[in-house]
Design a protein around this ligand. Structure first.
Ligand code: SRM
Ligand code: SF4
Length: 577
Protein backbone atom coordinates (compact mmCIF):
# COMPACT_ATOMS: atom_id res chain seq x y z
CA UNK A 1 0.00 0.00 0.00
CA UNK A 2 1.33 3.45 -0.89
CA UNK A 3 1.78 5.65 2.13
CA UNK A 4 0.80 9.24 1.46
CA UNK A 5 3.78 11.54 1.17
CA UNK A 6 4.34 13.50 4.36
CA UNK A 7 4.78 17.17 3.46
CA UNK A 8 8.23 18.45 4.33
CA UNK A 9 8.36 21.08 7.08
CA UNK A 10 8.87 24.66 5.99
CA UNK A 11 12.31 26.12 6.53
CA UNK A 12 12.61 28.11 9.78
CA UNK A 13 12.90 31.39 7.83
CA UNK A 14 9.33 30.95 6.62
CA UNK A 15 7.99 31.07 10.18
CA UNK A 16 10.18 34.06 10.98
CA UNK A 17 8.77 35.95 7.99
CA UNK A 18 5.20 34.85 8.69
CA UNK A 19 5.35 36.00 12.29
CA UNK A 20 7.27 39.21 11.57
CA UNK A 21 4.30 41.51 11.01
CA UNK A 22 5.62 42.44 7.58
CA UNK A 23 9.32 42.54 8.43
CA UNK A 24 9.13 44.29 11.78
CA UNK A 25 9.79 41.45 14.19
CA UNK A 26 11.18 42.93 17.38
CA UNK A 27 13.98 44.79 15.64
CA UNK A 28 13.09 48.17 17.13
CA UNK A 29 13.10 46.81 20.69
CA UNK A 30 16.39 44.99 20.19
CA UNK A 31 18.03 48.09 18.79
CA UNK A 32 17.41 49.79 22.10
CA UNK A 33 19.18 47.00 24.01
CA UNK A 34 22.71 48.27 24.61
CA UNK A 35 23.82 45.22 26.60
CA UNK A 36 24.87 43.48 23.39
CA UNK A 37 26.10 44.50 19.97
CA UNK A 38 24.05 41.72 18.42
CA UNK A 39 20.41 41.03 17.71
CA UNK A 40 18.54 37.73 17.84
CA UNK A 41 18.79 35.19 15.04
CA UNK A 42 15.18 35.83 13.97
CA UNK A 43 15.67 39.58 13.79
CA UNK A 44 18.98 39.09 11.99
CA UNK A 45 17.05 37.29 9.26
CA UNK A 46 14.56 40.16 9.08
CA UNK A 47 17.10 43.00 9.00
CA UNK A 48 18.38 41.51 5.73
CA UNK A 49 15.20 42.75 4.07
CA UNK A 50 16.21 46.20 5.31
CA UNK A 51 19.64 45.83 3.69
CA UNK A 52 21.49 44.90 6.88
CA UNK A 53 23.54 41.86 7.84
CA UNK A 54 24.71 41.15 11.35
CA UNK A 55 28.41 40.20 11.15
CA UNK A 56 31.37 39.89 13.45
CA UNK A 57 35.06 40.51 12.92
CA UNK A 58 36.34 36.98 12.31
CA UNK A 59 39.95 38.05 12.85
CA UNK A 60 39.06 38.76 16.47
CA UNK A 61 36.91 35.72 17.19
CA UNK A 62 39.53 33.53 18.81
CA UNK A 63 41.07 36.15 21.03
CA UNK A 64 37.70 37.45 22.21
CA UNK A 65 36.57 33.93 22.97
CA UNK A 66 39.69 33.29 25.00
CA UNK A 67 39.02 36.47 26.93
CA UNK A 68 35.43 35.40 27.50
CA UNK A 69 34.13 38.43 25.63
CA UNK A 70 31.29 38.86 23.16
CA UNK A 71 32.15 38.65 19.46
CA UNK A 72 33.02 41.96 17.79
CA UNK A 73 29.58 42.44 16.27
CA UNK A 74 28.75 45.03 13.68
CA UNK A 75 26.45 45.40 10.69
CA UNK A 76 27.06 45.47 6.99
CA UNK A 77 24.68 47.78 5.17
CA UNK A 78 24.04 47.49 1.45
CA UNK A 79 22.55 50.44 -0.42
CA UNK A 80 19.79 50.00 -3.01
CA UNK A 81 21.14 51.71 -6.11
CA UNK A 82 19.47 50.58 -9.35
CA UNK A 83 22.03 50.37 -12.16
CA UNK A 84 24.66 51.76 -9.80
CA UNK A 85 24.06 55.48 -10.32
CA UNK A 86 24.88 58.04 -7.64
CA UNK A 87 25.07 61.82 -7.66
CA UNK A 88 28.12 63.71 -6.32
CA UNK A 89 25.96 64.90 -3.43
CA UNK A 90 25.06 61.31 -2.56
CA UNK A 91 28.71 60.31 -2.89
CA UNK A 92 29.80 62.96 -0.42
CA UNK A 93 27.21 61.88 2.11
CA UNK A 94 28.13 58.20 1.80
CA UNK A 95 31.80 59.12 2.09
CA UNK A 96 31.17 61.11 5.25
CA UNK A 97 28.91 58.46 6.78
CA UNK A 98 31.59 55.84 6.19
CA UNK A 99 33.98 57.95 8.26
CA UNK A 100 31.50 58.83 10.96
CA UNK A 101 29.59 55.62 11.54
CA UNK A 102 31.28 52.75 9.67
CA UNK A 103 34.60 51.07 8.96
CA UNK A 104 35.47 53.74 7.21
CA UNK A 105 35.84 52.13 3.78
CA UNK A 106 33.22 52.11 1.06
CA UNK A 107 32.91 48.89 -0.89
CA UNK A 108 31.63 48.75 -4.48
CA UNK A 109 29.87 45.44 -5.03
CA UNK A 110 29.50 43.08 -7.96
CA UNK A 111 25.86 44.20 -8.23
CA UNK A 112 26.74 47.87 -8.64
CA UNK A 113 26.11 49.23 -5.22
CA UNK A 114 27.86 50.40 -2.05
CA UNK A 115 28.39 48.43 1.12
CA UNK A 116 29.31 49.82 4.49
CA UNK A 117 31.02 47.48 6.93
CA UNK A 118 31.63 47.71 10.65
CA UNK A 119 28.48 49.66 11.53
CA UNK A 120 27.85 49.30 15.25
CA UNK A 121 24.28 48.65 16.35
CA UNK A 122 23.83 52.16 17.69
CA UNK A 123 25.09 53.64 14.42
CA UNK A 124 22.69 51.92 12.06
CA UNK A 125 19.92 54.45 12.52
CA UNK A 126 22.16 57.49 11.97
CA UNK A 127 23.50 55.79 8.86
CA UNK A 128 20.06 55.05 7.40
CA UNK A 129 18.84 58.52 8.31
CA UNK A 130 21.89 60.15 6.76
CA UNK A 131 21.33 58.21 3.55
CA UNK A 132 17.67 59.12 3.56
CA UNK A 133 18.53 62.82 3.44
CA UNK A 134 19.99 62.30 -0.03
CA UNK A 135 17.18 59.98 -1.12
CA UNK A 136 19.09 56.75 -0.70
CA UNK A 137 17.80 53.66 1.06
CA UNK A 138 18.75 50.07 1.69
CA UNK A 139 15.25 48.58 1.33
CA UNK A 140 15.33 45.13 -0.24
CA UNK A 141 19.07 45.30 -0.82
CA UNK A 142 19.17 41.86 0.81
CA UNK A 143 16.48 39.33 1.87
CA UNK A 144 13.98 37.15 0.01
CA UNK A 145 12.91 39.86 -2.41
CA UNK A 146 13.97 41.44 -5.70
CA UNK A 147 17.49 42.72 -4.98
CA UNK A 148 19.47 45.61 -6.43
CA UNK A 149 18.64 45.72 -10.13
CA UNK A 150 21.62 45.72 -12.45
CA UNK A 151 21.85 47.56 -15.76
CA UNK A 152 24.66 48.70 -18.04
CA UNK A 153 26.34 51.61 -16.28
CA UNK A 154 28.58 52.98 -18.92
CA UNK A 155 27.49 56.34 -19.91
CA UNK A 156 25.87 57.31 -23.07
CA UNK A 157 27.75 54.92 -25.28
CA UNK A 158 24.37 54.64 -26.89
CA UNK A 159 21.31 56.85 -26.70
CA UNK A 160 19.36 53.77 -25.64
CA UNK A 161 21.24 53.38 -22.41
CA UNK A 162 19.07 55.93 -20.64
CA UNK A 163 15.91 54.11 -21.70
CA UNK A 164 17.21 50.81 -20.37
CA UNK A 165 18.25 52.57 -17.17
CA UNK A 166 14.79 54.10 -16.70
CA UNK A 167 13.19 50.72 -17.15
CA UNK A 168 15.58 49.05 -14.69
CA UNK A 169 14.84 51.76 -12.14
CA UNK A 170 11.11 51.49 -12.69
CA UNK A 171 11.22 47.71 -12.16
CA UNK A 172 13.30 48.18 -9.01
CA UNK A 173 10.63 50.56 -7.63
CA UNK A 174 7.74 48.39 -8.78
CA UNK A 175 9.13 45.30 -7.07
CA UNK A 176 9.85 47.01 -3.75
CA UNK A 177 8.12 45.58 -0.70
CA UNK A 178 5.19 47.76 0.33
CA UNK A 179 5.58 47.35 4.09
CA UNK A 180 6.21 50.52 6.04
CA UNK A 181 8.52 48.66 8.43
CA UNK A 182 11.77 50.22 7.17
CA UNK A 183 10.44 53.75 7.63
CA UNK A 184 9.09 53.00 11.07
CA UNK A 185 12.17 51.28 12.43
CA UNK A 186 14.97 53.32 10.93
CA UNK A 187 13.40 56.66 10.09
CA UNK A 188 11.10 56.93 13.10
CA UNK A 189 8.03 57.36 10.94
CA UNK A 190 4.74 56.87 12.68
CA UNK A 191 3.60 53.33 13.29
CA UNK A 192 0.94 52.03 10.97
CA UNK A 193 -1.81 51.39 13.51
CA UNK A 194 -1.82 47.65 14.11
CA UNK A 195 -0.53 47.12 10.60
CA UNK A 196 -4.02 46.33 9.36
CA UNK A 197 -3.86 48.84 6.52
CA UNK A 198 -0.82 47.21 5.09
CA UNK A 199 -0.53 44.46 2.56
CA UNK A 200 2.09 43.03 0.25
CA UNK A 201 0.01 42.46 -2.87
CA UNK A 202 2.89 41.10 -4.90
CA UNK A 203 4.96 39.31 -2.29
CA UNK A 204 2.44 38.19 0.31
CA UNK A 205 3.27 37.92 4.01
CA UNK A 206 6.11 35.44 3.53
CA UNK A 207 7.76 37.21 0.60
CA UNK A 208 9.76 34.99 -1.77
CA UNK A 209 11.23 31.60 -0.92
CA UNK A 210 14.71 33.05 -1.52
CA UNK A 211 16.61 36.03 -2.91
CA UNK A 212 15.70 37.12 -6.43
CA UNK A 213 17.93 39.07 -8.81
CA UNK A 214 17.19 41.03 -11.95
CA UNK A 215 19.51 42.40 -14.60
CA UNK A 216 19.15 44.35 -17.83
CA UNK A 217 21.68 43.99 -20.66
CA UNK A 218 22.30 46.03 -23.76
CA UNK A 219 24.11 43.85 -26.33
CA UNK A 220 26.79 43.54 -27.53
CA UNK A 221 28.01 44.02 -23.93
CA UNK A 222 27.20 41.41 -21.31
CA UNK A 223 28.65 43.47 -18.48
CA UNK A 224 25.86 42.48 -16.08
CA UNK A 225 26.39 38.72 -16.59
CA UNK A 226 22.79 38.46 -17.67
CA UNK A 227 22.68 34.66 -17.62
CA UNK A 228 23.48 34.60 -13.91
CA UNK A 229 20.32 36.54 -13.01
CA UNK A 230 17.03 35.00 -11.86
CA UNK A 231 15.33 37.38 -14.27
CA UNK A 232 16.99 39.10 -17.18
CA UNK A 233 15.97 41.56 -19.87
CA UNK A 234 18.17 41.65 -22.96
CA UNK A 235 17.44 44.85 -24.88
CA UNK A 236 16.47 44.32 -28.51
CA UNK A 237 17.40 47.22 -30.73
CA UNK A 238 16.14 47.50 -34.28
CA UNK A 239 16.89 50.47 -36.53
CA UNK A 240 18.44 52.17 -33.49
CA UNK A 241 15.18 51.92 -31.54
CA UNK A 242 14.60 49.91 -28.41
CA UNK A 243 11.76 47.64 -29.50
CA UNK A 244 11.64 45.38 -26.48
CA UNK A 245 13.47 42.67 -24.59
CA UNK A 246 14.31 39.02 -24.74
CA UNK A 247 13.43 37.73 -21.28
CA UNK A 248 15.71 35.29 -19.47
CA UNK A 249 14.90 33.28 -16.35
CA UNK A 250 16.54 30.83 -13.98
CA UNK A 251 20.14 31.93 -13.75
CA UNK A 252 21.94 31.61 -10.46
CA UNK A 253 25.41 30.68 -9.29
CA UNK A 254 25.41 29.61 -5.65
CA UNK A 255 26.28 26.02 -4.80
CA UNK A 256 27.82 24.03 -1.96
CA UNK A 257 31.04 22.04 -2.37
CA UNK A 258 30.30 18.35 -2.74
CA UNK A 259 26.50 18.75 -2.82
CA UNK A 260 25.48 17.71 -6.34
CA UNK A 261 21.93 18.91 -5.76
CA UNK A 262 23.24 22.48 -5.83
CA UNK A 263 24.81 23.97 -8.93
CA UNK A 264 25.43 27.13 -10.92
CA UNK A 265 22.98 27.47 -13.78
CA UNK A 266 22.73 29.76 -16.78
CA UNK A 267 19.35 31.31 -17.50
CA UNK A 268 17.03 30.16 -20.30
CA UNK A 269 15.66 32.60 -22.83
CA UNK A 270 11.83 32.64 -22.58
CA UNK A 271 11.08 34.85 -25.57
CA UNK A 272 10.51 38.42 -26.69
CA UNK A 273 8.33 41.10 -25.08
CA UNK A 274 7.69 44.72 -26.03
CA UNK A 275 9.29 47.27 -23.71
CA UNK A 276 6.02 48.24 -22.00
CA UNK A 277 5.57 44.70 -20.66
CA UNK A 278 8.64 44.65 -18.39
CA UNK A 279 6.82 45.13 -15.10
CA UNK A 280 3.92 42.82 -15.99
CA UNK A 281 6.22 39.99 -17.04
CA UNK A 282 8.56 40.65 -14.14
CA UNK A 283 5.63 40.37 -11.74
CA UNK A 284 4.42 37.14 -13.35
CA UNK A 285 7.91 35.59 -13.07
CA UNK A 286 8.27 36.76 -9.49
CA UNK A 287 4.85 35.53 -8.35
CA UNK A 288 5.30 32.17 -10.08
CA UNK A 289 8.49 31.72 -8.08
CA UNK A 290 6.64 32.99 -4.98
CA UNK A 291 4.01 30.29 -5.35
CA UNK A 292 6.09 27.36 -6.63
CA UNK A 293 9.58 27.92 -5.20
CA UNK A 294 10.70 25.42 -2.58
CA UNK A 295 10.03 26.85 0.88
CA UNK A 296 11.23 23.73 2.67
CA UNK A 297 14.89 23.83 1.72
CA UNK A 298 16.78 27.10 1.29
CA UNK A 299 19.50 25.33 -0.65
CA UNK A 300 16.90 24.40 -3.23
CA UNK A 301 14.76 27.51 -3.14
CA UNK A 302 16.10 29.72 -5.94
CA UNK A 303 14.14 30.12 -9.16
CA UNK A 304 16.74 28.04 -11.02
CA UNK A 305 15.63 24.94 -9.08
CA UNK A 306 11.93 25.65 -9.62
CA UNK A 307 12.65 25.70 -13.34
CA UNK A 308 14.90 22.63 -13.22
CA UNK A 309 12.22 20.69 -11.34
CA UNK A 310 9.16 21.74 -13.34
CA UNK A 311 10.64 22.43 -16.73
CA UNK A 312 10.99 25.62 -18.73
CA UNK A 313 7.88 24.91 -20.86
CA UNK A 314 5.71 24.71 -17.75
CA UNK A 315 7.29 27.87 -16.39
CA UNK A 316 6.74 29.81 -19.57
CA UNK A 317 3.10 28.72 -19.77
CA UNK A 318 2.56 29.81 -16.16
CA UNK A 319 4.10 33.24 -16.78
CA UNK A 320 1.98 33.67 -19.89
CA UNK A 321 -1.15 32.70 -17.96
CA UNK A 322 -0.45 35.13 -15.15
CA UNK A 323 0.56 38.05 -17.36
CA UNK A 324 -2.06 37.42 -20.05
CA UNK A 325 0.72 37.90 -22.58
CA UNK A 326 2.16 35.37 -25.02
CA UNK A 327 5.90 35.64 -25.60
CA UNK A 328 7.10 36.28 -29.11
CA UNK A 329 9.96 34.26 -30.53
CA UNK A 330 13.26 35.42 -29.07
CA UNK A 331 14.93 37.98 -31.34
CA UNK A 332 18.58 37.48 -32.35
CA UNK A 333 21.15 38.88 -29.94
CA UNK A 334 24.93 38.69 -29.75
CA UNK A 335 27.17 39.28 -26.80
CA UNK A 336 30.68 39.95 -27.95
CA UNK A 337 32.17 41.92 -25.10
CA UNK A 338 32.03 43.00 -21.47
CA UNK A 339 32.15 46.73 -21.66
CA UNK A 340 33.86 48.35 -18.71
CA UNK A 341 36.10 50.84 -20.46
CA UNK A 342 38.84 52.35 -18.35
CA UNK A 343 40.30 55.79 -18.93
CA UNK A 344 38.72 58.72 -20.77
CA UNK A 345 35.99 58.17 -23.35
CA UNK A 346 33.54 60.46 -25.03
CA UNK A 347 29.89 59.54 -24.69
CA UNK A 348 27.26 60.00 -27.39
CA UNK A 349 26.10 63.12 -25.49
CA UNK A 350 29.47 64.77 -26.14
CA UNK A 351 30.53 64.61 -22.51
CA UNK A 352 33.40 62.57 -21.16
CA UNK A 353 33.47 59.67 -18.77
CA UNK A 354 36.41 58.21 -16.93
CA UNK A 355 36.52 54.53 -16.10
CA UNK A 356 38.58 54.03 -12.97
CA UNK A 357 39.81 50.60 -11.98
CA UNK A 358 39.37 49.91 -8.27
CA UNK A 359 40.68 46.55 -7.18
CA UNK A 360 37.87 44.58 -5.49
CA UNK A 361 35.86 47.80 -5.39
CA UNK A 362 37.41 48.75 -2.05
CA UNK A 363 37.59 52.51 -1.56
CA UNK A 364 39.75 53.59 1.33
CA UNK A 365 42.85 55.63 2.05
CA UNK A 366 46.15 53.81 2.23
CA UNK A 367 49.61 55.36 2.45
CA UNK A 368 50.46 56.27 -1.16
CA UNK A 369 46.98 55.32 -2.33
CA UNK A 370 44.47 57.88 -1.00
CA UNK A 371 41.59 56.72 -3.20
CA UNK A 372 38.83 57.76 -0.80
CA UNK A 373 40.21 61.28 -0.45
CA UNK A 374 40.70 61.65 -4.20
CA UNK A 375 37.14 60.56 -4.98
CA UNK A 376 35.81 62.91 -2.33
CA UNK A 377 37.64 65.80 -3.94
CA UNK A 378 36.29 64.76 -7.33
CA UNK A 379 32.75 64.58 -5.91
CA UNK A 380 33.16 68.08 -4.51
CA UNK A 381 33.67 69.57 -7.97
CA UNK A 382 31.95 67.03 -10.24
CA UNK A 383 28.74 68.07 -12.00
CA UNK A 384 27.90 64.77 -13.69
CA UNK A 385 27.30 61.54 -11.81
CA UNK A 386 29.02 58.34 -10.70
CA UNK A 387 28.27 54.89 -12.12
CA UNK A 388 29.24 51.74 -10.27
CA UNK A 389 30.05 48.94 -12.66
CA UNK A 390 29.34 45.20 -12.33
CA UNK A 391 33.12 44.70 -12.28
CA UNK A 392 33.49 46.64 -9.01
CA UNK A 393 34.90 49.63 -10.92
CA UNK A 394 33.75 53.22 -11.15
CA UNK A 395 32.76 55.45 -14.03
CA UNK A 396 32.97 59.19 -13.41
CA UNK A 397 30.34 60.26 -15.91
CA UNK A 398 29.01 63.39 -17.57
CA UNK A 399 32.28 65.29 -17.47
CA UNK A 400 32.82 68.49 -19.47
CA UNK A 401 36.19 69.12 -21.10
CA UNK A 402 36.95 71.77 -18.50
CA UNK A 403 36.11 69.48 -15.57
CA UNK A 404 38.11 66.72 -17.19
CA UNK A 405 41.27 68.71 -16.61
CA UNK A 406 40.37 69.29 -12.97
CA UNK A 407 39.66 65.58 -12.41
CA UNK A 408 42.96 64.68 -14.03
CA UNK A 409 44.71 67.13 -11.75
CA UNK A 410 43.16 65.54 -8.64
CA UNK A 411 44.17 62.04 -9.70
CA UNK A 412 47.64 63.32 -10.58
CA UNK A 413 48.04 65.08 -7.24
CA UNK A 414 47.25 61.86 -5.38
CA UNK A 415 49.40 59.63 -7.60
CA UNK A 416 46.37 57.72 -8.89
CA UNK A 417 46.75 58.18 -12.63
CA UNK A 418 48.35 54.76 -13.07
CA UNK A 419 45.39 52.80 -11.70
CA UNK A 420 44.26 51.77 -15.16
CA UNK A 421 47.71 50.82 -16.44
CA UNK A 422 47.63 47.41 -14.86
CA UNK A 423 47.87 43.99 -16.41
CA UNK A 424 44.90 42.74 -18.40
CA UNK A 425 44.38 40.10 -15.71
CA UNK A 426 44.25 42.68 -12.92
CA UNK A 427 41.90 44.95 -14.82
CA UNK A 428 39.52 42.02 -15.26
CA UNK A 429 39.83 40.49 -11.80
CA UNK A 430 36.96 40.33 -9.33
CA UNK A 431 36.93 39.14 -5.77
CA UNK A 432 34.23 38.87 -3.16
CA UNK A 433 34.62 40.38 0.31
CA UNK A 434 35.17 37.17 2.31
CA UNK A 435 37.28 37.53 5.50
CA UNK A 436 37.13 39.15 7.95
CA UNK A 437 33.48 40.26 7.64
CA UNK A 438 31.71 37.53 5.71
CA UNK A 439 30.38 34.88 8.04
CA UNK A 440 30.35 32.27 5.28
CA UNK A 441 33.95 32.60 4.05
CA UNK A 442 36.02 29.42 4.02
CA UNK A 443 39.10 31.10 2.55
CA UNK A 444 40.50 34.57 1.88
CA UNK A 445 39.40 36.40 -1.22
CA UNK A 446 39.64 40.21 -1.33
CA UNK A 447 42.63 40.27 0.99
CA UNK A 448 44.40 37.55 -1.00
CA UNK A 449 43.70 38.99 -4.44
CA UNK A 450 46.76 41.30 -4.74
CA UNK A 451 49.13 38.42 -4.01
CA UNK A 452 47.23 36.04 -6.28
CA UNK A 453 47.46 38.54 -9.10
CA UNK A 454 51.17 39.15 -8.58
CA UNK A 455 51.82 35.42 -8.83
CA UNK A 456 49.80 35.03 -12.02
CA UNK A 457 51.25 38.21 -13.51
CA UNK A 458 54.75 36.75 -13.30
CA UNK A 459 53.58 33.84 -15.43
CA UNK A 460 51.76 36.12 -17.85
CA UNK A 461 54.87 38.28 -18.24
CA UNK A 462 56.93 35.22 -19.12
CA UNK A 463 54.32 34.27 -21.72
CA UNK A 464 54.18 37.82 -23.12
CA UNK A 465 50.50 38.14 -22.17
CA UNK A 466 50.56 41.07 -19.74
CA UNK A 467 48.07 43.10 -21.73
CA UNK A 468 45.67 40.26 -22.51
CA UNK A 469 42.21 40.54 -21.01
CA UNK A 470 41.75 37.31 -19.05
CA UNK A 471 39.05 37.13 -16.41
CA UNK A 472 40.02 35.79 -13.01
CA UNK A 473 37.50 35.77 -10.22
CA UNK A 474 38.05 34.66 -6.65
CA UNK A 475 35.57 33.88 -3.91
CA UNK A 476 36.01 32.74 -0.35
CA UNK A 477 33.31 30.09 -0.64
CA UNK A 478 31.12 28.45 -3.29
CA UNK A 479 28.25 30.93 -2.96
CA UNK A 480 29.68 32.70 -5.96
CA UNK A 481 29.46 36.40 -5.02
CA UNK A 482 32.12 37.43 -7.56
CA UNK A 483 30.45 35.20 -10.18
CA UNK A 484 33.51 32.91 -10.34
CA UNK A 485 31.74 30.24 -12.41
CA UNK A 486 31.60 32.73 -15.26
CA UNK A 487 35.32 33.48 -15.15
CA UNK A 488 37.93 32.11 -17.48
CA UNK A 489 39.86 31.30 -14.30
CA UNK A 490 37.67 30.76 -11.24
CA UNK A 491 39.09 30.19 -7.77
CA UNK A 492 36.48 29.15 -5.22
CA UNK A 493 37.53 28.90 -1.58
CA UNK A 494 37.04 25.70 0.37
CA UNK A 495 39.50 26.02 3.29
CA UNK A 496 42.33 28.34 4.30
CA UNK A 497 44.51 28.64 1.16
CA UNK A 498 42.58 25.87 -0.60
CA UNK A 499 40.53 26.68 -3.65
CA UNK A 500 38.59 24.74 -6.22
CA UNK A 501 39.96 25.72 -9.62
CA UNK A 502 37.56 26.24 -12.51
CA UNK A 503 38.51 26.92 -16.11
CA UNK A 504 36.92 27.53 -19.44
CA UNK A 505 34.06 30.02 -19.17
CA UNK A 506 33.70 32.35 -22.09
CA UNK A 507 34.96 35.88 -21.47
CA UNK A 508 31.52 37.22 -22.39
CA UNK A 509 29.68 35.26 -19.73
CA UNK A 510 27.74 32.95 -22.03
CA UNK A 511 29.28 29.64 -20.90
CA UNK A 512 30.01 28.36 -17.39
CA UNK A 513 33.48 27.11 -16.55
CA UNK A 514 34.26 23.62 -15.31
CA UNK A 515 35.90 22.28 -12.19
CA UNK A 516 39.38 21.08 -13.01
CA UNK A 517 41.02 20.80 -9.60
CA UNK A 518 38.88 20.43 -6.50
CA UNK A 519 41.34 21.70 -3.91
CA UNK A 520 44.59 23.48 -4.66
CA UNK A 521 46.65 26.14 -2.96
CA UNK A 522 47.28 29.36 -4.88
CA UNK A 523 50.85 28.25 -5.59
CA UNK A 524 49.56 24.92 -6.92
CA UNK A 525 47.05 26.74 -9.11
CA UNK A 526 49.78 28.99 -10.52
CA UNK A 527 52.05 25.98 -11.04
CA UNK A 528 49.27 24.14 -12.83
CA UNK A 529 48.23 27.04 -15.01
CA UNK A 530 51.71 28.32 -15.87
CA UNK A 531 52.36 25.84 -18.70
CA UNK A 532 48.78 26.18 -19.94
CA UNK A 533 49.10 29.96 -20.15
CA UNK A 534 52.34 29.55 -22.08
CA UNK A 535 50.75 27.11 -24.49
CA UNK A 536 47.83 29.49 -24.91
CA UNK A 537 50.27 32.21 -25.96
CA UNK A 538 51.53 30.14 -28.85
CA UNK A 539 48.61 27.87 -29.76
CA UNK A 540 45.58 30.14 -29.59
CA UNK A 541 43.59 30.95 -32.66
CA UNK A 542 43.38 34.54 -33.78
CA UNK A 543 41.31 36.40 -31.16
CA UNK A 544 40.63 33.26 -29.09
CA UNK A 545 40.03 34.02 -25.43
CA UNK A 546 41.76 32.08 -22.67
CA UNK A 547 38.52 30.43 -21.57
CA UNK A 548 37.66 29.36 -25.09
CA UNK A 549 41.17 27.99 -25.55
CA UNK A 550 40.95 25.97 -22.32
CA UNK A 551 37.58 24.59 -23.36
CA UNK A 552 38.89 23.63 -26.79
CA UNK A 553 42.36 22.41 -26.03
CA UNK A 554 42.97 21.81 -22.36
CA UNK A 555 40.04 20.45 -20.40
CA UNK A 556 39.50 16.78 -21.19
CA UNK A 557 35.83 16.38 -22.10
CA UNK A 558 35.59 13.13 -20.11
CA UNK A 559 37.65 14.29 -17.16
CA UNK A 560 36.78 13.09 -13.70
CA UNK A 561 38.04 15.20 -10.92
CA UNK A 562 38.19 13.36 -7.68
CA UNK A 563 41.65 13.63 -6.23
CA UNK A 564 41.90 16.40 -3.72
CA UNK A 565 45.04 18.48 -4.09
CA UNK A 566 45.83 17.48 -7.63
CA UNK A 567 44.46 18.57 -10.92
CA UNK A 568 42.37 15.46 -11.48
CA UNK A 569 42.27 14.72 -15.20
CA UNK A 570 43.98 17.96 -16.11
CA UNK A 571 47.62 18.14 -16.92
CA UNK A 572 49.70 20.86 -18.38
CA UNK A 573 50.78 18.58 -21.20
CA UNK A 574 47.27 17.40 -22.02
CA UNK A 575 46.93 17.33 -25.77
CA UNK A 576 44.17 19.00 -27.70
CA UNK A 577 40.94 17.06 -27.88
FE1 SRM B 1 26.65 37.40 -2.17
C1 SRM B 1 25.75 35.92 0.72
C2 SRM B 1 28.53 39.52 -0.43
C3 SRM B 1 26.90 39.27 -4.93
C4 SRM B 1 25.53 34.72 -4.03
N1 SRM B 1 26.99 37.66 -0.18
C5 SRM B 1 26.46 36.93 0.84
C6 SRM B 1 26.81 37.59 2.19
C7 SRM B 1 25.72 38.53 2.55
C8 SRM B 1 27.15 36.61 3.32
C9 SRM B 1 26.04 36.16 4.24
O1 SRM B 1 24.99 35.73 3.76
O2 SRM B 1 26.29 36.20 5.44
C10 SRM B 1 28.11 38.34 1.77
C11 SRM B 1 28.48 39.55 2.60
C12 SRM B 1 29.97 39.70 2.68
C13 SRM B 1 30.41 40.96 3.28
O3 SRM B 1 31.04 40.91 4.37
O4 SRM B 1 30.19 42.02 2.72
C14 SRM B 1 27.87 38.54 0.29
N2 SRM B 1 27.45 39.12 -2.56
C15 SRM B 1 28.27 39.82 -1.75
C16 SRM B 1 28.93 40.98 -2.47
C17 SRM B 1 29.16 42.19 -1.59
C18 SRM B 1 30.24 40.49 -3.09
C19 SRM B 1 31.18 41.54 -3.57
O5 SRM B 1 32.35 41.40 -3.21
O6 SRM B 1 30.81 42.45 -4.29
C20 SRM B 1 27.91 41.17 -3.61
C21 SRM B 1 26.81 42.12 -3.25
C22 SRM B 1 25.81 42.23 -4.33
C23 SRM B 1 24.81 43.33 -4.15
O7 SRM B 1 25.22 44.48 -4.22
O8 SRM B 1 23.63 43.02 -4.02
C24 SRM B 1 27.35 39.76 -3.74
N3 SRM B 1 26.20 37.07 -4.12
C25 SRM B 1 26.50 37.94 -5.13
C26 SRM B 1 26.39 37.29 -6.39
C27 SRM B 1 26.68 37.92 -7.76
C28 SRM B 1 25.48 38.55 -8.35
O9 SRM B 1 24.40 38.56 -7.76
O10 SRM B 1 25.62 39.07 -9.46
C29 SRM B 1 26.01 35.98 -6.13
C30 SRM B 1 25.86 34.85 -7.18
C31 SRM B 1 24.63 34.96 -8.00
C32 SRM B 1 23.49 34.28 -7.34
O11 SRM B 1 22.88 34.87 -6.45
O12 SRM B 1 23.22 33.12 -7.68
C33 SRM B 1 25.89 35.86 -4.70
N4 SRM B 1 25.72 35.59 -1.73
C34 SRM B 1 25.41 34.63 -2.65
C35 SRM B 1 24.91 33.47 -1.95
C36 SRM B 1 24.46 32.13 -2.59
C37 SRM B 1 23.05 32.19 -3.03
C38 SRM B 1 22.56 30.86 -3.54
O13 SRM B 1 21.63 30.83 -4.32
O14 SRM B 1 23.07 29.82 -3.12
C39 SRM B 1 24.97 33.78 -0.56
C40 SRM B 1 24.56 32.88 0.60
C41 SRM B 1 23.10 32.75 0.76
O15 SRM B 1 22.29 33.46 0.16
O16 SRM B 1 22.73 31.86 1.53
C42 SRM B 1 25.48 35.11 -0.47
FE1 SF4 C 1 31.17 35.47 1.54
FE2 SF4 C 1 31.19 33.32 0.03
FE3 SF4 C 1 30.02 35.53 -0.85
FE4 SF4 C 1 32.62 35.45 -0.67
S1 SF4 C 1 31.39 34.14 -1.99
S2 SF4 C 1 31.31 37.14 0.09
S3 SF4 C 1 32.96 34.19 1.10
S4 SF4 C 1 29.34 34.32 0.86
Amino acid sequence: MNTPEVPKPLSPNETIKEESHLLRGTIAAELADTSTGAISEANAQLTKFHGLYLQDDRDLRLVLKREGKEKAYSFMLRVRLPAGRATPKQWLVLDRLADEVASPSLRLTTRQTFQFHGVLKGNVKPLVQGMHKVLLDSIAACGDVNRNVMAPPNPERSALLQQVYEQAKAWSEYALPKTHAYHEIWLDDELVAGGEQEAEPMYGATYLPRKFKTGFALPPSNDVDIFSQDLGFIAVVEKERLVGYNVTVGGGLGMSHGNVDTFPRLADVLGFIPADKVNAIGEAVLTTQRDYGDRTNRKHARLKYTIEDRGIAWFKAEVEKRSGFVFGAARPYHFTTIEDPLGWHKGTDGRWFYGLHILSGRIKDLPGWPMKTALREIAQMHTGDFRLTPSQNLSIAGVTTQKRKAIEAILEKHGLTGENNRSGLRRNALSCVALPTCGLALAESERALPEILEKFERVLDEAGLREDAISLRVTGCPNGCARPYLAEIGLVGRAPNKYALYLGASYTGTRLNRLVAPSVSIDEAVHLLGPIIKRYATERYDGEGFGDYCERAIIPKDATFHSVGTAGGLSASAGTN
